[in-house]
Design a protein around this ligand. Structure first.
Ligand SMILES: *[C@@H]1O[C@H](CO)[C@@H](O)[C@H](O)[C@H]1NC(C)=O
Length: 248
């Protein structure tokens, strides 16, 4: 007779109890949701604004902008040398991520997906010392650029950890593979501002930007992977596996 209301009441209680610990911006996805891939993507996407500025109460750093460590490119024999240093590189746009082809294996906690960014632009400082087509190019100044036409594949894998008689997730460093089609680069102050030489060099650099892209891409991959893994772990450190992926 009383069984049903009692059960409802208990369920409601458990429901509130379990969800009371999750802040409103963390949306759990039921483990047996047949549409769990979509659920997880939606949960991540509605976190975008918070991820962008960081979530201090979870100790999660902002994903905007992304700071890259120094990039050094040193190639070629004397006479055809290319020596470029890029420093203070800040990439804007990680928060414009778009997730596609998301596949979750919730039991084994492996997520694979593709990420695109609406735009990725960067700015920083360059130093160059090069001989390009017999032309000696030296200088330093500001560099800005835009990446276009790229694809990236991501694999995110977690281990389940027992802590305080609960199960938590800890992600291994995310694997990110980026293919960048093109980058538009602009270097200020080339040749101390000589416009004709600077324009010629820009054309050269932008038509042969594989060289620079080949150096930037791995640094960008590592930096994005470290940042996103850190953010993911800050979130999963604060909530149990069951809270994030409740049963039924
Ligand atoms: C790049 O940095 C290295 C080490 O900091 C330095 O030895 C080299 O001269 C720099 N290259 C240019 C082009 O300034």
């Amino acid at each position: 007779m009383y069984a049903l209301p009692v059960r409802l009441c208990l369920t409601a209680f458990l429901f509130t109890a379990a969800f009371a610990v999750l802040p409103p911006y963390i949306k759990p996805c039921k483990k047996n949701d047949p549409d769990i891939n979509r659920c997880i993507v939606r949960s991540i996407e509605q976190l975008r604004d918070k991820l962008s500025v960081g979530i201090p109460e979870l100790d999660a750093p902002p994903i905007e902008p992304l700071n890259l460590k120094q990039i050094r490119l040193s190639r070629g024999p004397v006479g055809a040398r290319l020596d470029v240093n890029l420093t203070d590189m800040r990439v804007s746009g990680p928060s414009t991520f778009k997730i596609r082809d998301f596949k979750a294996d919730v039991e084994n906690v492996v997520f694979t997906f593709k990420v695109n960014f609406d735009k990725l632009t960067f700015q920083g400082k360059y130093q160059i010392d090069a001989t390009i087509l017999l032309l000696k190019v030296t200088g330093q100044g500001d560099i800005t650029g835009t990446f276009t036409d790229y694809e990236s594949d991501v694999v995110l894998r977690a281990r389940k950890l027992d802590r305080d008689s609960d199960v938590y997730l800890n992600f291994e460093k995310m694997k990110v593979k980026i293919k960048i089609g093109r980058a538009q680069l602009h270097l200020s102050n080339l040749f101390g501002g000589d416009n004709v030489l600077a324009a010629a060099t820009h054309e050269l650099i932008n038509n042969n930007n594989d060289l620079i892209l080949n150096e930037i891409t791995p640094v960008l991959e590592t930096s994005l992977a470290e940042l996103f893994t850190d953010v993911a772990n800050k979130i999963t450190k604060s909530f149990t596996y069951k809270e994030l992926f409740p049963e039924g």
